[in-house]
Design a protein around this ligand. Structure first.
Ligand SMILES: [Fe+2]
Length: 368
């Protein structure tokens, strides 16, 4: 049975004040983190809520790569104040935390609604049914997936990305790029998911380096916000692949930011998956859509990899894991654990090409 669920309601080019009025928001809990507070971005929201005379409070005790414990802490704190709306303002960690908190509040029969306003351009968390939590004790990522994790409303805007540092732009862009490519080729994908992923790729192609080189360019910021959102819609329905499975474990173990880890791995995964002819054709189709040389399948795959490598170089992203100062012997010893974790990861099922332990081993060695 094939279907394509559409949620949330997505506002773009819209005034936040009008969105809040139309949604009749009340008793708001703003969930954010200390960085967003320091940058005074949260004040923009506060000003609107004050003007509309809406009661609100702020919960900003959100950590980067949220742990299960921090979610529990958030729920205990927030449930006492009995909000009606959760408004998440932040990057992937903030939105994933808010989605988890909102989800469990509803399980506790507190009927809350959620608005997600992303302040980075990569995760697509504002439109997905995933939330990634971290088990610190065992250095593991725990991806939750449930339709009820999807926010009710997402607001896509360039208002909050004016001050994004270059490394965050690069990491977000590479995450959105990996989402698009894995979604486009996923064996669980379909016509609709490829349309969204294809449009996301075109936007990334035209805007990522523009935004990276000049963050004051508002058009590129909005286009990257749209790309991240489109890629999110796509991979939410198609699943991802082994790029993400490997990045979940390796990123958690060596504390590499998610998008950066994905970006380092991406060319190697394309090389591996393109040994399958059907998949290679899909990579060629992507190159064609982007206007890259793609007369033959081989040329199309080659062009796609070259484009990614050039972008990575321009954004100072390492070619291999060894460039991050990861110790070789320790990494090689870890291979069986990486394989075990990657095989169990929720994303592996979406990978286009089946993967045996021996392939995994070779691939993981190559990444180094
Ligand atoms: Fe991702």
């Amino acid at each position: 049975m094939s279907f394509f669920l559409m949620k949330p309601k997505i506002y773009f080019n819209s005034s936040m004040e009008k969105v809040f009025i139309e949604s009749r928001i009340e008793k708001v809990c703003i969930i954010t983190d200390s960085t967003i507070k320091q940058l005074k971005l949260v004040e923009m929201l506060e000003d609107i809520l004050k003007k509309l005379k809406v009661d609100y409070f702020i919960y900003s005790d959100i950590e980067l790569d949220p742990s299960v414990e921090s979610i529990k802490k958030g729920i205990v704190h927030i449930v006492k104040k009995n909000p009606k709306w959760i408004v998440a303002l932040g990057g992937g960690s903030v939105i994933d935390s808010a989605k988890s908190i909102n989800y469990f509040l509803n399980k506790l029969e507190r009927e809350t609604f959620m608005i997600a306003i992303p302040t980075t351009t990569g995760t697509g968390a504002e439109v997905t049914s995933y939330a990634v939590l971290t088990d610190r004790e065992n250095s593991l990522k725990i991806p939750l997936k449930d339709e009820f994790l999807i926010p009710d409303i997402a607001i896509i805007t360039d208002e909050f990305t004016k001050l994004l540092p270059k490394n965050v732009i690069a990491e977000g862009g590479l995450d959105a790029l990996t989402h698009s490519i894995e979604a486009y080729t996923s064996k669980q994908g379909n016509f609709y998911t490829r349309v969204y992923a294809g449009e996301a790729l075109k936007l990334i192609f035209k805007n990522l380096l523009v935004m990276y080189n000049d963050v004051s360019n508002a058009e590129s910021r909005l286009n990257m916000a749209k790309a991240s959102c489109l890629a999110g819609i796509s991979f939410d329905k198609s699943g991802l692949g082994i790029n993400h499975s490997l990045a979940h474990f390796i990123g958690a173990r060596y504390q590499i930011p998610h998008g950066k880890c994905n970006g380092i791995i991406l060319p190697y995964i394309i090389k591996y998956n393109s040994k399958d002819l059907e998949t290679a054709r899909l990579y060629r189709d992507i190159s064609k859509e982007l206007g890259l040389p793609a007369k033959t399948i081989e040329e199309g795959v080659f062009s796609l990899i070259k484009w990614i490598e050039i972008m990575k170089e321009e954004m100072c992203i390492s070619k291999r894991l060894r460039d991050l100062g990861i110790e070789k012997e320790e990494y090689m010893r870890l291979i069986p654990d990486i394989i075990e974790a990657a095989k169990k990861d929720i994303c592996t099922a979406g990978n286009v090409r089946d993967i045996e332990n021996s392939d995994f081993k070779r691939l993981i060695e190559e990444l180094y």
